[in-house]
Design a protein around this ligand. Structure first.
Ligand code: N01
Length: 541
């Protein structure tokens, strides 16, 4: 390889939704782009999370790219909430349609990204021994991709088949006649358990914390529905971009405490029918006022009691440790009813914690459960885990992990002071997981591409967040979170699921629409809060 062959305009780490679009967009600008992806194919989260029942909790017609109008007109989503398989097929199609695979080295994990101050370039090395340099380093590493397998005593001694939902094998897992244990009742566990229960002989659910979950109300999309959506796609996308969460759904005009009980129930009935995590958005005060939240909580808890035949089991499935919505509400299909089956057992780890995993199964303080298959639905080192697993170094060899030892610090979620020409896509400090991740990715990539246009047209080599701007943005993110009920939950949003991880509410919770406006204003002001070629930008440059 000649030196020139290994020098690129941009390196894109990750071939998920944001990485693929970044490659597309940067190539449109005429850039030489090198992509790296640790998996064998494209898709990111949707490549790895193949567990039974895996589906998106954002409607398929919204959870899809908007940049290619012909694509959105041509593609036919079959269900309201797409399966993992359908989303992966879609992303494969996008990659083929725009020849995006050719930019990537697959089965290649980036191990380090180091900024060379003298050259003003990033040096990126991989586990395959490849080293390249690039002017821009784009981290599209995903927010729910670094799996968390808790350090339970004896974890690796289990002699049967063992899987993590986030690293699911490509070959089908045969549950027939098997005794299956599932540890974890977050979105992954709650989606997988009903499907596994249909096939397996026995399912034992090891639940540490119950979760709120709302039926998806999934259905096939008819030709008429699709025709209407497609005729109005531009408006649908416009509404999504100014919305709080990146979909065209807006809450009731009044707060839950401003309407009478009949109206409140009518609204909750309506949002219950819409299905899934959107329930958080029924009333504008639901996530900021405990009293308002309690009305939503009581409504959902009554539904759980209706769905579960055994009242004692129902009580154990009702959360008592967080306001509804402060952990992501799960979007399920038949979850609570699964506990009415004879072959499903709930083990309440709050009462009897797991003491160890043995060769034959799981032991709690009270009993031993012999299993053939053990599934870890135990989540992710969310938002920062995929970044901290790469040795990322900015000016003076400063490590990103050290800079973030008290929690992630970014400006706009996009940039970090001391790390010039590095952009994080959909990461901490941006609306990220609180928004529709596809439109989020497009917004970030479009912003970065416009920024590159600005740099090039002004002959500016580097852009870097100022420390002051990052400090202010972190303070703004914290203030926004503090005005809500979210920090009261031990959620992965807060880093609370990973022992030793700093407790910081990581996404920006000021709303996707507001965030888009802020990013546009920063750009219009000559990249306010950024230093261009080492000089702090001001409103008049
Ligand atoms: O992970 P989680 P997930 N012993 O962290 C339990 C998105 N997603 O993969 O709460 C026993 O939510 C843990 O218990 P606790 C979505 O944004 C979306 O399910 O820590 N249990 C919890 O029950 C979602 O929020 C979709 O007490 C242990 C579970 O494991 C996010 O991904 C589908 C334990 C982990 O739940 C993460 O969801 C799937 C231990 N030592 C995922 N350690 C859709 O689009 C952990 N747990 C629908």
């Amino acid at each position: 390889m000649t030196t020139q062959d290994s020098d690129f305009d941009a390196v894109v780490v990750g071939a998920g939704i944001s990485g693929l679009y970044a490659v597309y967009k940067f190539r449109q600008r005429g850039m030489r782009v090198q992509g790296f992806e640790s998996a064998e194919g494209v898709g990111g989260t949707w490549y790895h999370n193949r567990y039974p029942g895996a589906r998106c909790d954002v409607e398929s017609i919204d959870y899809s790219y908007s940049f290619d109008d012909q694509l959105q007109q041509e593609w036919t989503w079959t269900e309201r909430f797409a399966t993992q398989e359908e989303i992966l097929r879609y992303l494969d199609h996008v990659a083929d349609r725009h020849d995006l695979r050719s930019a990537y080295d697959f089965l290649t994990r980036v191990t380090s990204a180091v900024y060379d101050e003298k050259a003003g370039r990033w040096t990126v090395t991989t586990d395959t021994g490849k080293t390249i340099t690039a002017r821009f380093c784009i981290l599209a590493t995903g927010v729910l991709s670094a799996t968390n397998k808790p350090d339970i005593p004896g974890r690796d001694t289990f002699a049967g088949e063992s899987y993590h939902t986030g690293e699911w094998p490509h070959e089908p897992v045969d549950f027939a006649g098997k005794r299956v244990g599932v540890i974890g009742t977050g979105s992954s566990g709650i989606q997988a358990i009903p499907v596994i229960a249909e096939a397996a002989d026995q399912v034992v659910v090891f639940q540490r914390s119950p979760n709120y979950s709302i039926p998806a109300g999934n259905r096939r999309l008819t030709d008429d529905v699709l025709a209407e959506v497609k005729a109005n796609y531009a408006e649908r996308r416009r509404l999504s971009r100014i919305s709080g969460g990146g979909t065209p759904n807006s809450p009731h005009p009044k707060g839950a405490m401003e309407v009478d009980e009949a109206e409140r129930t009518r609204v909750y009935d309506e949002w219950w029918q819409r299905g899934g995590y959107l329930f958080t958005k029924a009333f504008p005060d639901q996530m900021v006022s405990k009293a308002a939240n309690d009305t939503a909580r009581v409504y959902v808890e009554a539904k759980i009691r209706e769905m579960v035949a055994d009242p004692e089991v129902a009580e154990q499935l009702i959360p008592d440790d967080h306001p509804i919505g402060t952990k992501r509400i799960v979007t399920d299909t038949g979850y609570f009813q699964t506990y009415n089956r004879d072959n499903v057992t709930l083990v309440n780890l709050r009462r009897t914690p797991i003491t160890e995993i043995t060769a034959s199964g799981v032991r709690t303080g009270e009993a031993s459960y012999d299993l053939d298959i053990l599934i870890f639905a135990t989540g992710f080192d969310a938002m920062t885990g995929s970044l901290s697993r790469i040795d990322i170094r900015g000016r003076d060899g400063r490590a990103l992990t050290a800079e973030w030892s008290a929690g992630p610090r970014t400006y706009l979620g996009l940039a970090v002071d001391g790390f010039p020409n590095m952009f994080i896509l959909s990461g901490p400090g941006s609306p990220s997981v609180l928004a529709n991740m596809v439109l989020m990715a497009e917004q970030h990539v479009d912003w970065v591409a416009s920024c590159m246009d600005h740099l090039d047209s002004h002959e500016i080599a580097t852009i870097e967040a100022t420390r002051e701007a990052a400090d202010d943005w972190v303070a703004e993110c914290n203030a926004k979170a503090a005005g809500t009920l979210f920090p009261t939950a031990n959620s992965w949003y807060m880093g609370a699921n990973i022992p030793g991880k700093p407790r910081v509410f990581m996404p920006y919770i000021g709303g996707f629409g507001n965030y888009n406006t802020i990013c546009a204003e920063v750009a219009a002001a000559g990249y306010k809060g950024f230093a261009l070629d080492g000089r702090a930008a001001s409103a008049d440059n």
